[in-house]
Design a protein around this ligand. Structure first.
Ligand code: CA2
Length: 148
């Protein structure tokens, strides 16, 4: 059976392409979903794509991923810098998670430099804009292959 991955997006990412193009580019979240779908086809894996502005919904999605998906690409948005609940949910699922950010969070405001989730993910990809999503999918699938 083919592998299945969840691409999970946090708060305000539904606004991509509509505001702050100087920071986040002009690509919309629907464009990113299409890029991910093409990448999933090329990799021969199934993919689910979701976005929520609510911390609890993201925690629920991580819980539900266990048993449904083999791994997760997570752009937790601003919750990256605040959410112990999301960090605990990642630890609880024991699924491999790739942390992803469109922008280079380390080159931005000080409060974005710390990630609560960095210590419980496989690795972090940031600063490559929308292109980071297929990069993160490659990294996750390679990691899953190494796990076998
Ligand atoms: O760079 C990323 O992907 C972030 O996860 C994006 C978050 C930010 O809080 C993180 O520090 C880094 C913010 C997403 C907000 O997206 C917007 C898109 C258009 C207009 C306003 C916000």
């Amino acid at each position: 059976m083919s592998q299945s991955i969840l691409i999970l997006n946090g708060p305000n990412l539904n606004l991509l392409g509509t505001r702050q193009p100087e920071v986040y580019g002009t690509t919309t979240l629907s464009d990113i979903e299409a890029i991910c779908m093409r990448k999933a086809d090329a990799l021969g894996v199934s993919m689910s794509f979701m976005q929520s502005n609510h911390e609890g919904a993201l925690v629920d999605a991580l819980h539900d991923a266990k048993g449904t998906h083999d791994g997760v690409v997570l752009n937790a948005g601003a919750y990256t810098h605040t959410s112990v609940a999301i960090r605990d949910a990642i630890s609880a699922t024991m699924l491999p998670v790739i942390e992803l950010h469109l922008s280079n969070i380390h080159a931005r405001e000080e409060f974005r430099h710390h990630s609560h989730i960095a210590a419980v993910v496989v690795g972090q990809i940031c600063g490559f804009g929308a292109q980071g999503y297929p990069l993160a999918m490659d990294a996750l699938i390679t990691h899953l292959g190494e796990d076998k």
